[in-house]
Write a protein that binds this ligand. Structure first.
Ligand code: SF4
Length: 482
């Protein structure tokens, strides 16, 4: 019965998408449709979910509403190409949002112990043309390790078959430097045109030819790194980088490819990257479609706790970010907005993800640089991605997520503004790593962290201060609304 009602729901969505596609060129009709869709979304995400934390549901509504409004706005301004829009609706909305979510729900009803991640983050190469301090991946020009094309291709096809996952995030190194078996990233995107790809890139290698090819493909969006305005961006990424990035934004606008920004907040730039001026410049003037804000996590090259934002600054960032989302900016503060994702997404949680690096090592999250399994070795033994998904290491992390918040009733969830087992609850990941046999660090920086007692003690102390500052906000403004 559940399967029948799900396929009916799926049919209704498909009809709706067909209608949107058919009238996409009639802009006034589209505005009317969006207004109606917003009303229905508010009802289904907020009003029809009484057994939930209302402020969290409201933020989820604003996220989807912002996607709709930004799409309409960018089509009207001509900075999103109509054919790119049509492909995005087919691949991102229909495949990723409608069909995959429905199929994953059916899968979980059929198997009690099934887990169904929504996406994978794949870093095909360690190589990068920049040399940024604090790079979580420790990438640079001389790094040679890259995934073979056949491995990357198999991972993507396999996650579709096993998990109904057609969303793929590419990270790095610099993904546009990847080349293997005579093929590159855009060949991979073309070969898997049922997937939607979001690519974290420094943006400096996206020339006219690559921008045009992205527009032709239509199932790819770059998330381009900036650190603030010109001075802050050039200070970390190298002189002239800011101007190169603005050139890339222009090229992407000209061919109508939607792009985002990826931003790292440190104690030095947090105020700048969460300011109104920053939002106005990148979203209103430059035409960014979305943005991800990552607070500096002390891993990778020259890691130091000194660069982290303080708990008080983190709270202020949270406040500003909620206001920005409500005002219509799809700029998401990755750690602070655990309220929108029901907590940590690592270790292949339902709707979550896992991370595979250039050597094939599979990690629970980009920010947990420790692995037990290597996908190339698993493939050689005749295994699949499920060998990692159901490993003890990943299960332990999911058990913590379940107990902390994910499977708890709304009124009993722990603080979702502090969702992270490595950053906000460092003792949790430290214990899991110590209890799990055969865990290896992905590089020397991660090895150093693992054996650095001061690092662990200082992070645990930082987490205690976070609790003191942010728990009262969670209790009074979120948990009480459950
Ligand atoms: S481990 Fe931390 S950074 Fe990674 S998904 Fe979970 S909350 Fe986010």
């Amino acid at each position: 019965m559940a399967m029948i009602s799900k396929s009916l729901k799926k049919q209704a969505w498909s009809d709706f998408i067909d209608a949107v596609l058919w009238i996409a060129h009639k802009r006034p009709v589209m505005r009317f449709l969006i207004k109606n869709a917003e009303k229905r979304l508010w009802k289904s995400i907020v009003e029809d979910e009484p057994d939930s934390i209302r402020p969290a549901q409201e933020l989820k509504f604003y996220f989807v509403r912002n996607l709709l409004r930004t799409t309409e706005n960018h089509l009207r301004k001509g900075i999103m190409d109509t054919s790119v829009f049509r492909k995005m609706v087919k691949v991102f909305v229909r495949n990723v949002f409608v069909e995959d979510i429905t199929q994953r729900e059916i899968l979980m009803e059929e198997r009690d112990d099934a887990v169904s991640p929504c996406f994978i983050v794949l870093s095909p190469t360690h190589k990068c043309n920049l040399l940024c301090p604090g790079c979580y991946a420790g990438s640079e020009e001389s790094r040679k390790t890259s995934l073979p094309y056949w491995v990357a291709n198999r991972i993507i096809k396999e996650k579709v078959c096993l998990w109904h996952s057609r969303f793929t995030v590419i990270s790095g190194g610099e993904p546009f430097l990847w080349n293997s078996e005579g093929k590159d990233l855009l060949d991979l995107v073309k070969e898997n045109d049922d997937n939607f790809f979001m690519v974290y890139t420094n943006g400096t290698l996206i020339n006219e030819r690559i921008a045009e090819k992205m527009a032709e493909l239509g199932n790819i969006t770059p998330a381009i790194s900036v650190e603030g305005f010109e001075e802050s961006t050039d200070k970390r990424r190298g002189k002239g980088t800011f101007k190169k990035v603005l050139d890339t934004f222009r090229r992407l606008r000209e061919v109508g490819v939607p792009f985002g920004i990826s931003v790292q907040a440190t104690k030095d730039n947090w105020d700048e990257v969460s300011s109104d001026e920053f939002l106005k410049f990148y979203f209103d003037e430059q035409g960014a479609f979305y943005g991800w804000l990552f607070q500096y996590m002390p891993i990778g090259r020259s890691y130091t706790l000194q660069d982290m934002v303080t708990p008080e600054e983190r709270l202020e960032m949270f406040r500003r970010n909620v206001i920005a989302i409500r005002r219509g900016y799809n700029y998401i503060d990755f750690w602070n907005q655990g309220v929108m994702t029901d907590g940590c997404l690592a270790a292949g949680r339902n709707g979550g993800y896992m991370y595979i690096d250039w050597a094939g090592n599979v990690m629970p999250c980009v920010f947990i640089p420790y692995y037990k399994d290597n996908i190339i070795e698993i493939y050689k033994r005749g295994g699949t991605l499920n060998d990692v998904l159901y490993s003890d290491y990943f299960r332990k992390i999911r058990e913590w997520q379940d107990e902390y918040a994910y499977r708890r009733p709304p009124s009993q969830k722990d603080n979702l503004i502090l969702p992270c087992p490595i950053r906000d609850h460092h003792d949790v990941i430290y214990s899991i790593l110590n209890e799990s046999p055969r865990i290896s660090p992905c590089d020397n920086f991660a090895r150093e962290c693992l054996h650095d007692r001061d690092y662990h003690l200082n992070l645990i102390e930082y987490d205690e201060r976070l609790r003191q500052v942010i728990d009262p906000v969670w209790e009074s403004e979120y948990k009480r609304a459950a």
